[in-house]
Design a protein around this ligand. Structure first.
Ligand code: GDP
Length: 412
């Protein structure tokens, strides 16, 4: 059988609106599939690749995160729901960038603060496809009027951040009773649209960013007998071919690609999404480290002296002021960065400017800020290479903010 295309799916929405119940139902009805078995047999790259996937999975705390289910066309992996720890960090650092989101809104409760926040956040995080599940229809006797009223309200909301309501499916369902999830419900004869599974099947597969510049954030660097130094990472964008010249930044070392290995096999070229180990002539184990990024010598990764970012403050016990220096997690890098300037404060639900040069930022604020990495950091403008422009800001053991780079001053 042909391998199904893969999609990462996020479930977003206000707490208690039924995300977990809905995911549970999908897994039951659409048939969860077993974790892929690792190929048997020992070889030297196996250890490396296993380590890599362990790192990916680390920090997953809820049962449903990373669960998989299939529809006719796709294999879906569920990425953490927001509200669950580390969702934003996972999304931003790329471990589980969602290709689409299901926004769950309970019909008895309607649009709530987290509904708005998550809609804005999904847009900021680059989730371009949305399905709206109007849940708990059983609680309102499957009333068409109530469905339509909430559909209008949610349409207006998603429109403010740039989604096109006409391209979004609104589905009346009950996660509890199973209406309109895998089959059309007799309880909603007035509804002529798709079931949730049909809507999922009609999503567009993400395009592989093969035409963007090559970027491979390095996850780890190994020394392998008979091969030499093997940096390991996932190709985020572009295509890497054997024999090409690559440079690692900020390390600044370069050389020719001698070999590329994936799933314990030698390959001639690697594409976005591929987890690879590769060997570069003349680059030693101590020349490069986790957080460096490989790119082609003629289009090297950008090292920022300073950058301008759009951020959302998710949870901060105090206030953020100029001089604050938390750790930024960007692709595989972790670098402390100092806030140099608070440029603008915005409404987190609409993005509208509320204040120029605010004195401080607190939980719930969105803002444009200028920051300076305390040591060299590779980051790209979101409009140039979206996959390399997002970051999470961590402090005191939690993700305090999330954002993206909108402009930068190169280091050289
Ligand atoms: P989450 O916080 O969004 O993950 O919400 P949960 O899935 O935990 O659901 C919150 C509560 O709503 C639970 O008590 C569920 O049993 C209930 N619930 C979820 N979906 C439905 C539904 O379609 N109908 C009804 N009546 N209750 C639901």
């Amino acid at each position: 059988a042909k391998e199904k295309e893969h999609m990462n799916l996020a479930f977003i929405g206000h707490v208690d609106h039924g995300k977990t119940t809905l995911v549970g139902h999908l897994l039951l009805q659409a048939g969860a599939i077993a974790e892929q078995q690792l190929a048997d047999g020992e070889d030297k790259f196996r250890f490396v690749m296993d380590r890599l996937s362990e790192e990916r999975e680390r920090g997953v705390t809820i049962d449903l995160a990373h669960a998989k289910f299939e529809t006719d066309k796709y294999e879906f992996t569920i990425v953490d729901c927001p509200g669950h720890r580390d969702f934003v960090k996972n999304m931003i650092t790329g471990a589980s960038q969602a290709d689409a989101a299901v926004l769950v809104v309970a019909v008895d409760d309607g649009v709530m603060p987290q509904t708005k926040e998550h809609v804005f956040l999904s847009r900021t995080l680059g989730i371009n496809q949305l399905i709206v599940a109007i849940n708990k229809m059983d609680l309102v006797n499957y009333d068409e009027e109530k469905f339509n009223a909430l559909k209008d309200e949610v349409s207006a909301l998603i429109k403010t951040v740039g989604y096109k309501p006409s391209e979004v499916e609104f589905i009346p369902l009950s996660a509890f009773e199973g209406d309109n999830i895998t089959s059309k419900s007799e309880n909603t004869p007035w509804y002529k649209g798709k079931t949730l599974v049909e809507a999922l099947d009609d999503l567009e597969a993400p395009e592989k960013p093969v035409d963007l510049p090559l970027r491979i954030p390095i996850q780890d660097v190994y020394s392998i007998t008979g091969v030499g130094t093997v940096p390991v990472g996932r190709v985020e964008t572009g295509v890497l071919k054997k024999g090409e010249n690559v440079i690692f930044e900020p390390a600044g070392v370069s050389g020719e690609v001698k070999s590329i290995e994936m799933h314990h096999e030698m390959i001639d070229q690697a594409e976005p999404g591929d987890n690879i180990g590769f060997n570069v002539r003349g680059v030693g184990k101590n020349d490069i480290r986790r957080g460096d990024v490989a790119g082609h010598l003629d289009n090297p990764p950008k090292v920022a002296k300073e950058f301008t970012a759009q951020i959302v403050v998710l949870q901060h016990p105090g206030v953020i002021t100029v001089g604050y220096t938390p750790v930024f997690h960007c692709h595989t890098a972790q670098v402390a960065c100092t806030f140099l300037e608070l440029v603008q404060k915005m409404n987190p639900a609409t993005g509208q400017v509320e204040e120029e040069n605010p004195d401080f930022l607190k939980t719930g604020n969105a803002a444009v800020v200028k920051v300076k990495p305390t040591k060299p950091l590779v980051i790209e403008k979101i409009k140039d290479i979206p996959h390399m422009g997002r970051f999470a800001i961590r402090d005191m053991g939690q993700t305090v903010a999330a954002g993206m780079c909108i402009d930068l001053v190169p280091a050289k």
